[in-house]
Write a protein that binds this ligand. Structure first.
Ligand SMILES: [Zn+2]
Length: 81
């Protein structure tokens, strides 16, 4: 399965991969940052409900922005320089 992954670089240098149908989010309580795929969610029909942190289970994860890392994780090709 080849979900499109977007790779984000967090301020601390960590790379987080987020599948196309998810988004990058951050827990407002403990600071956990990752794909919304990893979060639990309360029932939401429009996909925009509260999601809960997988670390502290606090339901206050918020979508955040981070620089996107270009390039692919696998199938590295010759650099087209
Ligand atoms: Zn948390």
């Amino acid at each position: 399965m080849a979900d499109d992954l977007t790779r984000y670089r967090l301020p601390d240098g960590e790379i987080v991969e987020v599948a196309a149908r998810y988004y990058l989010c951050k827990c407002q309580k403990c600071g956990w940052t990752g794909s919304s795929e990893e979060c639990g969610s309360s029932v939401s029909l429009d996909g925009d409900g509260d999601i809960s942190c997988p670390e502290c289970y606090h339901a206050d994860c918020e979508e955040i922005d981070a620089p996107i890392v270009k390039g692919r994780k696998e199938g590295r090709r010759h650099a087209a320089a």
